[in-house]
Design a binder for this molecule. Structure first.
Ligand code: GDP
Ligand code: IMO
Ligand code: MG
Length: 432
């Protein structure tokens, strides 16, 4: 295995955590390169469930370095809690490394995130309210506080004062909020610094050294292509770039150091939060899919919106990420449908047929899906481990998706368990 970027190819929650954990078995390091604790990545091991928000999904592998890259925004309270929770469950966290350049989510970022959403009212984005947007804004405004600042209380204090200055007016209603007390904030963050100092490193160099020795490295994305701030359904997006190109920036390597890009997609689609979703469905069928797929947010517990697989969007994700392989998860959730709809085009409000993802917001907002229906299958496929074990109709479905998107399917998910996967012969671990 060489260096592989793993990205979400839809609106997040595609199963990146499970895929990363699986591939991490053969990797020397897993590096998260963007997002923060808006992410919730689930790994199920021997019936035990781990929900990771900041720590890379390689942490259950003792010998794998788990790196939080410079592109990630870190809430140190959440990170220390996540570390404690893992340790209590007997997980060795000694392999964690955190970039000294990663930006920190501060208490005022949380307040600003909430205040903005409240101000937007009905037009809210439906953020995870974890302070992600305001933190990336401060980074771009050059007012961010970084991991390395935790190691010097004087510098930390100065930087917090400078960051608060332009926010004074907006934060005035919270003036008495203890979370904004300067002295307490500095104290709290210095304490995090003491705890996290042992993990802080020049992570770009750590990754480079591994790549230079030809060691296998995974780059773990958060969110998904359609939540990308440049390429997603703006403004209903997150504030970072979840696409593969961001792996270079958020880890500190060049494009030539990436060998493969795997895009993870469900066999249907979900979205949590507001914004356009052309293949969305509602009613009983939606409730059934949501219940069977347990479609409730890993981070916020919100019910996820559900819809059919959107092959137009997936082909777009394949293009903007240079996908070399597809991972199709949750195929098991489709069992029992008489016919399986797939979205292969859109119709605009004016009746035009669209076969590409529209770049214009108004067109996308009014697009309705063109669906084709393939025969469904009755069988429970949770025990399938080879493509031959799948019903004919399920195999035809996989073939249709791969052909339409123009990317081979490397791995198929047939249940939440770690072993509930089907490897394509070419990509199977045994084949190296
Ligand atoms: P991530 O954010 O992309 O890592 O995905 P999440 O962990 O937020 O959501 C994916 C959910 O689907 C988790 O609850 C996984 O346990 C579950 N899951 C992953 N793969 C499969 C699969 O093939 N079948 C089923 N039924 N569940 C799966
Ligand atoms: P993982 O990594 C699904 C969504 C939010 C909201 C929008 C902006 O688990 O796939 P933000 O808090 O980032 O400013 O919210 O993005 N969102 C996600 N949806 N999975 C995620 O992460 C998400 N992270 C953010 O619901 O619509
Ligand atoms: Mg998730």
């Amino acid at each position: 295995m060489s260096s592989i970027v793993i990205v979400g190819a839809q609106w997040g929650d595609e199963g990146k955590g499970k895929v990363t954990d699986l591939l991490a078995e053969r990797a020397d390091a897993v590096i998260r390169f963007q997002g923060g604790n808006n992410a919730g990545h689930t790994i199920i091991r021997d019936g035990e469930t781990f929900k990771l928000h900041l720590i890379p999904s390689g942490i259950l592998h003792r010998d794998t370095l788990c790196i939080i890259g410079n592109g990630v925004v870190v809430d140190p309270r959440v990170l220390t809690e996540e570390l404690d929770a893992l340790r209590r469950r007997g997980v060795d966290t000694g392999g964690l490394r955190i970039s000294a350049n990663a930006h920190l989510i501060m208490p005022y970022h949380l307040l600003l995130d909430l205040a903005r959403e409240q101000r937007l009212g009905k037009l809210e984005i439906g953020t995870t309210r974890r302070g992600i947007g305001p933190c990336y804004e401060d980074k771009a405004a050059r007012l961010g506080i970084r991991m390395q600042d935790l190691l010097d209380p004087k510098i930390l204090r100065k930087k917090i004062v400078a960051a608060l200055e332009p926010k004074r007016l907006t934060l005035r209603p919270h003036a008495k909020d203890p979370a904004l007390d300067l002295h307490a904030m500095v104290e709290e963050y210095v304490t995090y610094g003491h705890r996290l100092a042992q993990y802080i490193a020049d992570t770009s160099k750590v990754v480079w050294d591994l790549l230079d020795e030809g060691r296998p490295v995974l780059f773990e994305g958060a969110q998904g292509a359609l939540l990308d701030i440049d390429h997603g359904t703006y403004p209903f997006v997150t504030s970072s770039n979840p696409v593969a190109g961001a792996a270079c920036i958020g880890a500190g390597v060049g494009p030539k150091d990436i060998d493969e890009v795997w895009g993870v997609s469900k066999a249907y689609t979900t979205r949590v939060g507001a914004g356009p979703f052309p293949s969305e469905i509602d009613g009983d069928l939606a409730d059934q899919l949501r219940a069977k797929g347990v479609e409730f947010g890993t981070t916020t517990g919100r019910a996820r919106r559900v819809g059919w697989i959107d092959l137009v969007a997936l082909r777009y994700a394949a293009r903007i990420n240079s996908l070399t392989a597809l991972v199709l998860t949750k195929l098991d959730v489709l069992s029992g449908l008489e016919r399986v709809p797939l979205c292969t085009g859109y119709r605009s409000a004016e009746g035009a047929e669209l076969d590409h993802f529209p770049y214009h917001q108004s067109v996308l907002h009014h697009a309705t899906p063109t669906l084709v229906e393939l025969p469904g299958w009755e069988e429970d496929i949770g025990e399938a481990r080879r493509e031959e074990d799948l019903p004919e109709a399920a195999r035809a479905y996989l073939e249709f998706v791969a052909e339409f998107v123009g990317v081979p399917v490397a791995l198929v998910g047939v249940g939440p368990g770690r072993d509930q996967v089907i490897w394509n012969e070419v990509t199977a671990p045994a084949a190296g």
